[in-house]
Design a protein around this ligand. Sequence first.
Ligand code: ADP
Ligand code: ZN
Ligand code: ZN
Length: 669
Amino acid sequence: MSQRYADIIIDISHEAIDKAFQYIIPDELNEAVTIGSQVEVPFGRYNKTRKGYVIDITDKASYDIDKLKSIAGISDKSIRIEGNLIRLASFIHKTYGSTMINALKTVMPVKEKIRKTEQRVSEEEFELKNDPPESLNDEQLSLVEEFKSDYQNEDYKTYLLAGITGSGKTEVYIGCIKEVIKKGAQAIVLIPEIALTYQNVARFKQHFGNRVAVINSKQSKGERFLEFERVRNHEADVIIGPRSALFAPCDKLGLIIIDEEHDIAYKSDQSPKYHAREVAKERARLENASIILGSATPSVESYSQAKLGHYKLWKLDKRPEGVSLPDISIVDMRDELHLGNRSIISNELKEAMAVCLEKNEQIMLFINRRGFNSFVSCRECGEVIKCPKCDVALSLHNNGFMMCHYCGHIERVHKECPKCKSKMIGGFGTGTQKVEEEIKKIFPAIKTLRMDKDTTTKKGSQSNIINQFLNHKAEVLIGTQMIVKGHDFSNVTLVGVLLADISLFSNDYMAGERTFDLLTQAAGRAGRSEKKGKVVIQTYQPEHYAIATVKKQSYEDFFDMEISYRSLLKYPPVYNMMVMMLTSEDYDRLNEETKSCAKLIKDAFTGDKKIRIIGPADASIVKINDIYRKVIYIKSDDLEKLRGIREMFDEYEAEGISIMFDVNPVNSY
Ligand code: ADP
Ligand code: ZN
Ligand code: ZN
């Protein structure tokens, strides 16, 4: 047998060695070493033993054979990564510009010692109120039939299921998964962590029983590994989880479902900053799988792909028999103030609540904030108390302390204004606790539940709150984004959105999309059974299109406005946008360095109309944890050009300055 050679990525995250090194595969390891093997190799001038991953095997040496070293052994804790996952890592590396080793670690299962007690994934207690529907309705059935016929013809497509809230998207997913399983293949179902509720998972378990594997962030690494093993061993056909479940070791993948596909949780917030939707498309292409993207409020990105004919557009416009859409009314809070109502609850919402309580039905109140009052400011001079290390306001908590949500800095609430010494200093804004107190003043007899980051830190606390509400232990559930997604409470007939505008105040290009999504999803919680629902949205900007189109319950109208704004300003998805962020402790040096980087790019692309460079500018938060941040925005319709720009900085080194790239970001910088 001829000599074989392995291309190996060394386990050191450093730009300078971010390439594959070739090693000889010694005879005794010939059988054991395959693509994806974790090996030990001598590396560097002193032949220090390093871990590495085999990403390719050839029988040709690309270098002088005498200079090649041999693989020393196979790592004892070695787990093989499937070849396709390695290809996926390489796609992530190229598209999002992380090091190859970071990309590999993203797709790799983590093997950990597993304690006896972790034999099976621990499951929290929950109760299930929704029996599975007896049969699919005509609309659902025709979609499943279409999928079946495409799948049987080996025509693997991407489908965008745009279905209003409560239209029964989950039943369509389940119907399609059944078809895939019938053919002996497996399915991955991605759900944003926040919507990965027991109710949602249980619906899949009703159909597929213990052939379902579940991944969530509360599991230990050991538990997670066991679930992945069940997929690898074909003990599970369906794997449900947040974006990391995309890397489940399925060797026969038939379908990837991305529920709530618009959710920004699908974009990784750390390097590699990949988007699960884009990576799913690549995995599906590599493995001949289909994709279903589902949402009541599709991302502007996916909807435009569907309109261009790249995805098949599926629509579900109706809720099941007898369930109608809620009535939505918009309350202009400026008018409330003129009427002398200084409360955070408008008169209309107060009256609607009274009507609802009268009928023994339940209410959800949604507020896009956490904490008590969100920040502390001076009523005399307007000074806002900020974190000394970060350029952000400190959040006021109920215990007399203020906290920085970026670095964790904590300090006691000031008694006087540090600037003008006035004693008129206090909380500003509204949080869930404040709303709860206000509600108790208006309706002293009722019970309330609160769900936000503060009340759900303990394992099981979230399902506990949901169970209490399901069992009508409280009339009102008050919460942040957490209560908006995924839950199905049949007795909720009123949803109140207390401050619809908050998500419009952020300065990024997706603010409108995010506001429309949140409000539509929140509205979708009302009237999910035969009882008619009502939604009251309180706002200071009722004329804003992202709010007005929610009242019309028209995604199409929203999309038309949004896409024309994006094309006008050359934002994604019309253009690709890359953020280059430089950070340093030394603001002056950072300033100089960022200027020279921007010049470098501008010089390289003079006269190129396909590239637009904006900046440099201060990041919207100039300083976090004493580190200053500056940004350069680069827009182009050509992704390859953006990649070229990243590569210009591959070898870049400037003491004390770091560079980070984010391709098509979903948040502001
Ligand atoms: P979506 O995910 O689109 O918001 P769901 O799949 O959660 O909607 O369905 C909403 C509700 O409608 C669920 O309680 C579900 O059991 C019910 N449902 C879905 N399809 C049908 C059907 N064909 N017949 C009766 N009820 C249905
Ligand atoms: Zn002051
Ligand atoms: Zn801070």
